[in-house]
Design a protein around this ligand. Structure first.
Ligand SMILES: CC(=O)SCCNC(=O)CCNC(=O)[C@H](O)C(C)(C)COP(=O)(O)OP(=O)(O)OC[C@H]1O[C@@H](n2cnc3c(N)ncnc32)[C@H](O)[C@@H]1OP(=O)(O)O
Length: 403
């Protein structure tokens, strides 16, 4: 088998999407192709066996908020799939080299992804960078603690109406939340608020609501509500796809409205951050079952540039020795001082793999936590604590959608 790795030409895009759908077990149809054709999808890379496309990997270009409220352009790894007939022959490894090269050409110092399986991406230098939880809340557990009553108004909106309303709220919240990404209008329509049959796949229709406080849009949600019967009783499950609000008052009002929908027996929501305000809104958080799992994975493609892109808390300089087997040019010592990282010959305070630095990057995990698992070596006493304080983010990183 002789393989060729190269960028995908325009006339090969449907083959590229078809291979990903076949590998993932998704139906392939025009709606799937539309979902993939967002403006962010700039990099499409593939492996060819003769003239047959057999493996795919892509990268979205978007801005991701990092600690300090800055939002550098990053690569969002996506559309990874190798045909079952061609697995375990090194095709993914070849694709990863190609996509990283394309990311670097665009000056993207960081790549992030959602993994289909946790075991795949560590070998390419990614570290688990945030946690996300799926919640299930029975109706009897939805009471809130006392709080201020606000005059909130909720209305249903169409797909077209929702895009400008939701995107302005999203952008306000995104600016303060590490892990959230920019969304083009095409992204909103193709991947969030659009509900074409080929992607809905038999599920109930998507409902979109906007919440106004004092006449100003302050929160939104989109959800599906599935109806079932238990004898003569309706047992509805509310599946909240995304609920975002721009203030504590709006968060309370939005979730209260959602939890009070008639006939709902169980409320579900996915990909919530482990520090979601619901824990402190609910009178009994115990009734909310949260199943936590890995969320974003982050890979520093250019260690010095990536470290210099986020902001830090006050603290003394620190020297990292970074080991990177997949991108050996990253291996070396880096001095992080006054918010800027550069190569250095100084003795290291901490030694770690590039994966661990990716895990710390968004502030989702501490150096101390990883050192306790043997993933980081402390050479200078106190360096773990200094690094923890430098990198700390007051909000857990949160990416509420799988890309
Ligand atoms: C960001 C996203 O898009 S996530 C979506 C990822 N896609 C999927 O899960 C779709 C289904 N799976 C697939 O298409 C393929 O199995 C892929 C893409 C995961 C792997 O592709 P392959 O071409 O088989 O990977 P490749 O042969 O390059 O493997 C490289 C190494 O990873 C290991 N590996 C690859 N996939 C897996 C896996 N799923 N579980 C465990 N190990 C794996 C291989 O054993 C190999 O290890 P080695 O270097 O020690 O020999």
């Amino acid at each position: 088998m002789s393989l060729e790795f190269r960028a995908v030409a325009a006339h090969e895009i449907s083959d590229y999407v078809r291979v990903v759908c076949t590998a993932m077990g998704f139906p392939f149809n025009p709606d799937r192709l539309g979902r993939s054709s967002v403006p962010e999808h700039e990099i499409r890379y593939a492996a060819f066996d003769g003239d047959m496309l057999v493996g795919a990997a892509g990268s979205f270009t978007f801005r991701m908020t990092v600690p300090g409220g800055v939002s550098p352009e990053i690569g969002g790894l996506t559309h990874v799939g190798v045909l079952p007939t061609h697995r375990r022959r090194g095709i993914l490894t070849g694709l990863m080299r190609g996509v990283f090269e394309e990311n670097r050409k665009r000056g993207q110092a960081v790549s992030a992804l959602y993994a289909s399986e946790g075991v795949i991406y560590g070998r390419y230098g990614y570290g688990m960078a945030s946690l996300g939880g799926d919640i299930e809340l029975p109706r009897h557990g939805t009471a809130f603690v006392d709080g201020p009553q606000v005059d909130a108004h909720v209305r249903y909106v169409t797909e077209d109406e929702s895009i400008p309303l939701f995107s302005s709220i999203w952008d306000r919240v995104r600016a303060e939340s590490p892990g959230m990404c920019s969304r083009s209008e095409g992204w909103w329509r193709g991947r969030r608020v659009g509900d074409p049959d080929g992607v809905r796949a038999g599920r109930p229709p998507l409902q979109r609501i906007v919440l106004e406080l004092e006449g100003r849009p302050a929160g939104y949600a989109f959800y599906r509500s599935a109806t079932g019967f238990d004898g003569f009783h309706l047992v509805n499950t509310l599946d909240i796809v995304e609920a975002i609000a721009d203030s504590p008052a709006a968060t309370r009002a939005l979730w209260r409205w959602l939890l009070d929908l008639d006939l709902v027996t169980t409320v579900k929501a996915s990909l919530l951050p482990p520090d979601h305000p619901l824990f402190f809104l609910l009178a009994s958080a115990r009734d909310m079952r949260m199943r936590v799992s890995d969320n974003l994975w982050v890979r520093l493609l250019d260690v010095a540039a990536a470290l210099s892109q986020r902001k830090y808390n006050e603290g003394p300089p620190i020297v990292f020795h970074v080991n990177d087997t997949f991108v050996p040019s990253n291996t070396g010592r880096y001095l992080l001082e006054n918010g800027t990282a550069r190569p250095t010959d100084l003795a290291p305070d901490l030694s770690l793999d590039v994966n661990a630095l990716g895990s710390a990057y968004l502030g989702g995990f501490t150096f101390t936590q990883m050192a306790r698992a043997g993933r980081i070596l402390e050479h200078t006493p106190g360096a773990l604590r200094s690094a923890d304080l430098l990198f700390h983010s007051p909000r857990a990183p949160w990416c509420p959608e799988i890309f």
